[in-house]
Each structure stands twice: as structure tokens, then as C-alpha cells.
Ligand binder design. Structure first.
Ligand code: SF4
Length: 367
């Protein structure tokens, strides 16, 4: 289990070792063919900032070598904003006063009709965390409804048990995103004060349970802004390296969500600027040539247009972050504000203008 490896590391020691990396360490990391976790530390360190152009060129080259000139498209489908957890950064937090809503089967199908009209084949199901209304039975029913209409169904919902994941994989689930939010255990407690999500260790062990359940793809990441992003990303890289060795048949993806405004939200403790986000994305690609690097509509148009050529391989488009946000409940409160509000067809045009191909479907399970 990753927990055993994680417990051998000390946050402060890791942080200090990242900030102690020098220009020479960065140059060495850039020259190698295969990079270690120590190289990754150098690439995300402040010492790497003057090498950003070189990193961007290398990241561009490695991405094209493995993925060609393609960008996968997906869309989130928010099924529910009901949640029993208190998370300080989220609009759906239990202590936020808002009208709670869970989509019925009829409403799900209304949303599906809209998403299909837009051309989507990959849908990401999102719910808050509450067993009463959006437990395994509800999610399984939703997957069963969606299966005939989408080639690829992912989800970002509460962490489940291994046997529950197996059940959902059997129903047609392709991938699960489970962000640790922060690997800083004490800070994690500050931001997750109530509910099941307050259990740091249970969340940390979730990718292990997913790997054992033979899920096709696992998505990792942290919420950038809660803690030092460099240290948090080192732990994400440590986690992914462990998973790749242990569950080698599974694919992996990384996301880079920066804290966005939401109802009742906290201010970020650490602000990451655009240049640093480019550095982080390039560092990930140089460290790991195989991983899917994903970018949501949290980021603005200009940044998303620019980042396409620097390592990103998957993007959401035309997203709404409220249940029923596409058709049935347009005015409900969003989980967080999106910044790139362009329609899916506008995103496709932008991707094509860059000389890339927008991919709606790259995978489908045998029936
Ligand atoms: S982040 Fe997830 S668990 Fe936390 S309040 Fe929001 S929906 Fe609930």
C-alpha cells in the first residue's frame, strides 16, 4: 500500500530538498533520457524557472512523440450537489446554504441528449459525497443509463471500497479521478473538517483500491493553492510512480486544478502564477512521457490556447459545474466558476487552428 511508502517521507525535508536544487541539477535532469524523482524535484524547483523555454521545447517534443498532434475532449456531467462533507474550498460544502439537487433518470437523459448533440463521447460523472442519495446504487444506475450513449465513462465521486469499484467497472466505468487535494496531512485536516473526506488515510489508499479493482485509468492531482504546490506535486509524482509499478496495467492521468472562486470559499494560501503552471506541466511531461495531462475550463481562454502545444493531451470543453447545468437546472449554484466559457465547437476550432486534431473518442470497451 502507498501509505507505507508515504510514511517514510517528511513534508518539510522534501520541501527543503526541492528548494535546494540548483541550475546544475536542472541541466542534468534535462540531459537525461529517463528521469528520477530527484530529477522531477529539480524540474519543479525555483532553479528551473530560467530554463522554462528549454523545458517547453522538450515537453512539446516528447508529447508529440507519444501522442501526436491530438487533444482528447471530455465533458463533466454533474449529477448532484448534495454533500455531507465540509470542504473549505468548495461551493457544495455541507455548510453552504444552497438548494440541493440530485438528477433523476429522466433529467440525466435530458442532459445526455444535449451532450450528444455537442458531439461528446467521453463523459465525466461528478457528484458530492453522500451515501444516502448518491451511493453506489445511484452511480451504477447512472452508468447503466449512459453506457449506450458514451464510449468512455469516467467519474469523480466519493472514494469507494474495492468491491464497489469492481461492480462499477463491470457496469462500464472506465476511469476514476481521485485527487488527494493536498498531501500535507495537517493542512488536509484544516480543509476537510467534517464527513468521510476528513479521513486522509482512506482517501490516500483509494488509488490502491482502484488498482486492485482493475480500473482502466486513475487520475491523480492536488488542489493547487492549499499548500506549497512543488511539495504537493512531488508527493503526487511519488504516488504515481508507486502505482505505475504496482498496477502496471492501469493508465494514469494528472490534472492541475488551481483554486477558483466559489460560494463561501477561502483564499488560496499559495498563489501559483501562469509561468509556474507552465513549468509544472512541462516538468510532468519530461518526467513521465506516458501520462495523460489534463486541463479543465477552470483556466482562462488565453492560457488554454497556449498550453495545448506544451504537454496537455486532454481538455474539457463547454463545461457546467452544477447539476442540470446544461438543460434541466441551468440557474443552480456552480461548484466553482469556470473561466473558459467557449462552446465545444469553438474549442474544436481553436484546437484545429493550432494544427491539432480534437479527438472525441479514442477507446471503447467490447460490449
Ligand atoms: S469537494 Fe467534494 S466532498 Fe468536498 S464539499 Fe465539495 S463536493 Fe463535497
Amino acid at each position: 500500500m502507498f501509505q507505507e511508502l508515504f510514511d517514510t517521507y517528511d513534508w518539510e525535508e522534501v520541501k527543503q530538498s526541492i528548494y535546494a536544487k540548483t541550475a546544475k541539477d536542472v541541466q542534468l535532469a534535462l540531459q537525461k533520457n529517463k528521469r528520477t524523482l530527484e530529477d522531477f524535484k529539480a524540474l519543479i524547483s525555483p532553479a528551473a524557472l530560467p530554463f522554462l523555454e528549454q523545458m517547453a521545447r522538450l515537453s512539446h517534443r516528447l508529447t508529440q512523440k507519444r501522442f501526436g498532434k491530438t487533444i482528447q475532449l471530455y465533458i463533466p456531467l454533474y449529477l448532484s450537489n448534495e454533500c455531507q462533507n465540509i470542504c473549505t474550498y468548495c461551493g457544495f460544502s455541507y455548510d453552504n446554504k444552497l438548494t440541493r439537487k440530485t438528477l433523476s433518470s429522466f433529467e440525466i437523459m435530458q442532459e445526455v441528449e444535449y451532450l450528444k448533440q455537442q458531439g461528446f463521447e467521453h463523459v465525466l460523472l461528478v457528484t458530492g459525497e453522500t451515501n444516502k442519495t448518491v451511493g453506489v446504487d445511484y452511480i451504477k444506475k447512472a452508468i447503466t443509463l449512459l453506457k449506450p450513449h458514451f464510449a468512455n465513462i469516467s467519474m469523480e465521486v466519493q472514494p469507494l471500497e474495492e468491491n464497489e469499484y469492481k461492480e462499477l467497472v463491470g457496469a462500464g466505468l472506465h476511469a476514476v479521478l481521485v485527487y488527494q487535494e493536498t498531501y500535507h496531512k495537517e493542512d488536509y485536516k484544516v480543509h476537510h473538517t467534517k464527513g468521510k473526506k476528513s479521513n486522509f488515510d482512506f482517501r490516500l489508499a483509494t488509488p490502491d483500491r482502484l488498482g486492485k479493482a482493475n480500473i482502466h485509468k486513475i487520475g491523480l492531482g492536488v488542489l493547487i493553492g492549499l499548500e506549497d504546490w512543488r511539495t504537493d506535486n512531488f508527493f503526487t509524482a511519488l504516488h504515481m510512480s508507486y502505482l505505475e509499478k504496482t498496477y502496471w496495467q492501469t493508465k494514469y492521468s494528472i490534472s492541475f486544478p488551481r483554486l477558483r472562486p466559489a460560494e463561501g470559499l477561502i483564499e488560496p494560501k499559495v498563489v501559483m502564477n501562469d509561468k509556474e503552471l507552465v513549468q509544472l506541466i512541462c516538468a510532468w511531461r519530461i518526467f513521465n512521457e506516458e501520462a495523460e495531462l489534463s486541463m479543465s475550463t477552470r483556466e482562462n481562454e488565453k492560457f488554454r490556447d497556449h498550453i495545448i502545444q506544451l504537454g496537455i493531451t486532454s481538455m474539457s470543453a463547454g463545461s457546467k459545474t452544477n447539476p442540470g447545468g446544461y438543460v434541466t437546472n441551468i440557474e443552480s449554484l456552480e461548484q466553482f466558476e469556470i473561466d473558459d466559457a467557449r462552446s465545444p465547437s469553438e474549442i474544436v476550432q481553436m484546437i484545429e487552428r493550432k494544427g491539432y486534431k480534437a479527438v472525441w473518442k479514442d477507446w471503447e470497451a467490447f460490449a
